[in-house]
Design a binder for this molecule. Structure first.
Ligand code: ISJ
Length: 192
């Protein structure tokens, strides 16, 4: 496997990625990341970068229970607090998922995916996994193609599986160092 495709090592133990104390809190956020970021900003925005079919990631195929590297529905967004990017998120949904499984996924636009996942009683959420992604990881390449070089040899990320009906969905969130500078303001509004 070419080194450029080297998958990350994902662990269910956050200590495996040795996060700083402030980043640990964000990485292990048990609720909606969107909700917490809204509470830590005056203006929050989900900036949609791309939502289209794409080849499933090398380290996503198995966890999405795909027999081989197939096309999946992919959604990439940047979560911005007061105009500053703080998270790059990548979501993958197998093409065999029906509209009944994820009724709003295809028409989210710049609405947060989290707003459709959290609070839906039919959605079941799996365990968080954590990894350090090198600059060679495909998702960091996409992040830097979108936001420019981050000047970090590695970025911390988490991912989580969601199930709804027969559907499965994988959300991966890469945390930018700027996130630790956020302070709770409590009156966040959503900018779309
Ligand atoms: C899963 C959540 O949704 C957030 C919003 C996303 C989107 O709109 O694509 C993707 C990942 C998350 O950062 C959340 O808020 O926890």
């Amino acid at each position: 496997m070419p080194r450029s495709q080297a998958p990350a090592h994902w662990s269910r133990h956050v200590n495996a990625v040795h996060p700083s104390v402030p980043l640990r809190s964000w990485l292990t956020e048990p609720g909606s990341l969107t909700a917490r970021l809204i509470a830590h900003s005056t203006h929050f925005r989900v900036r949609r970068i791309r939502q289209a079919r794409g080849l499933v990631g090398v380290d996503e195929q198995q966890v999405l229970q795909l027999p081989r590297r197939l096309l999946v529905q992919q959604r990439n967004v940047v979560l911005e607090c007061d105009g500053r990017p703080v998270v790059f998120a990548h979501t993958s949904v197998p093409l065999d998922a029906t509209a009944a499984d994820w009724p709003l996924f295809g028409s989210l636009g710049e609405r947060s995916l989290g707003s459709t996942l959290f609070g839906d009683p039919l959605v079941r959420r799996g365990a968080l996994e954590f990894a350090r992604l090198s600059r060679r990881h495909p998702l960091v390449r996409r992040l830097e193609a979108t936001l420019g070089p981050q000047g970090q040899p590695e970025l911390l990320a988490r991912r989580c599986l969601y199930w709804r009906g027969q559907g499965i969905l994988l959300v991966c969130e890469i945390f930018l160092p700027t996130i630790v500078g956020l302070s709770a303001v409590g009156n966040g509004t959503i900018t779309t």
